[in-house]
Design a protein around this ligand. Structure first.
Ligand code: AHM
Ligand code: MG
Length: 341
């Protein structure tokens, strides 16, 4: 028989159901939540793919030819994800990059829901209008208050408390990558059948790599340790295969995904302009930090493990150094060595 007939295609839905056994006390809510995110991802993917054709790239609030209000893609994505999370009854509130305050889900089914979701519905905003890869990042926690109205404190948990985290990359193909703490698995959307299919089982990041990703335009504002580490990356040394390559898309998910597959480091340090860094702890850094750790890598704010940071507000920022373990450890070492000079 031709080998093509022997190959088993595993869809995201099948995989989630099979893995439900990993959580013996779970009642399937987390699985349903992940499935809902997968469905919303397909709807957002449809719009992302026709972004150049449809009138959805205009400024929010302007009208298209039919007189309908136009929506920017990030606003559209936010609505899709919140709507998908509202309908299932497993999620009681969402914290989104697009909303200043948390969004409680007021439907009857969500009343007793035990999960909260943090989401960046469409990250890489500067790339949306110019046909460059963008992504969605999400993170799921158990709510900590067991009854009554949902509180902001339900979201302000350390990254170590995540129960699931993932991202969707809208690139040359669309992929959904997620972890529930038992490794990292990647699914590629097959547009012909409309299903995410397991394409990257048990993803592992190499312990070191040859790629560094940083916005070097901000060089003058970087801390001295980061400047020195960049000099190290650019210096010639055959034994460590330097100089490394610089690759920076400006879409965190895309830069992260490439480095996860090939080995490398992504850095967004504190700068004079953004003394706390630019990226958000709850829905950008924590989910990716957990994924990278589950894939054998490391994520740090320059000295502290990202997952150990105690959040104090929904949109809190943090510097981020994430990727291959040896590279992240080395930049930490440079930062510590030059921190008092
Ligand atoms: P956004 O949430 O406004 O899209 O900002 C996050 C993005 C990341 O995807 C990306 O890595 C970074 O900001 C790029 O920032 P910069 O243009 O300062 O290099
Ligand atoms: Mg973002």
């Amino acid at each position: 028989m031709n080998s093509i007939y022997k190959r088993k295609v595993v869809t995201l839905g099948q995989f989630i159901i099979e893995r439900q056994a990993d959580f013996p006390y779970a009642k399937g809510e987390l699985s349903r939540l992940l499935r809902d995110i997968g469905i919303a991802a397909k709807i957002v993917n449809r719009e992302v793919n026709k972004a150049g054709l449809a009138d959805i790239l205009g400024d929010m609030g302007s009208s298209n030819v039919q007189g309908e209000e136009q929506k920017k893609l990030d606003v559209f994505a936010n609505e899709q994800f919140i709507s998908a999370l509202s309908s299932g009854g497993e999620c009681c509130a969402v914290a989104s990059e697009e909303n200043e305050e948390m969004v409680p889900i007021s439907t009857e089914v969500a009343k007793n829901a035990k999960y909260v979701v943090c989401i960046d519905p469409l990250d890489g905003s500067s790339n949306i209008d110019v046909n460059v890869s963008i992504g969605t990042i999400f993170s799921i926690y158990r709510r900590t208050t067991l009854t009554g109205a949902i509180q902001e404190s339900d979201f302000l948990q350390k990254g170590t408390e995540q129960v699931a985290a993932g991202y969707i990359i809208f690139g040359s193909s669309t992929m959904l990558v997620y972890t529930t703490g038992k490794g990292v698995n990647g699914f590629t959307l097959d547009p012909s059948i409309g299903e995410f299919c397991l394409s990257h089982p048990d993803m592992r990041i190499p312990s070191t790599g040859k790629i560094y990703s940083i916005n070097e335009g901000n060089y003058v504002h970087f801390p001295e340790g980061v400047k020195q580490y960049l000099k190290y990356c650019q210096a010639e040394d055959a034994a460590t295969k330097r100089p490394y390559s610089s690759r920076y898309i400006g879409s965190l998910v895309a830069d992260f995904h490439r480095n996860l597959l090939k080995g490398g480091i992504y850095m967004y340090p504190a700068t004079a302009k953004s003394p706390k860094g630019k990226l958000r702890l709850l829905y950008e850094c924590n989910p990716l930090a957990w994924i990278i750790e589950q894939a054998g890598g490391k994520a740090s704010d320059g000295s502290t493990r990202i997952l150990e940071l105690q959040p104090s507000s929904l949109h809190q920022r943090t510097p981020l150094f994430i990727g291959s373990t040896e590279m992240v450890a080395q930049v930490e070492e440079y930062i510590s060595r030059f921190s008092h000079k």
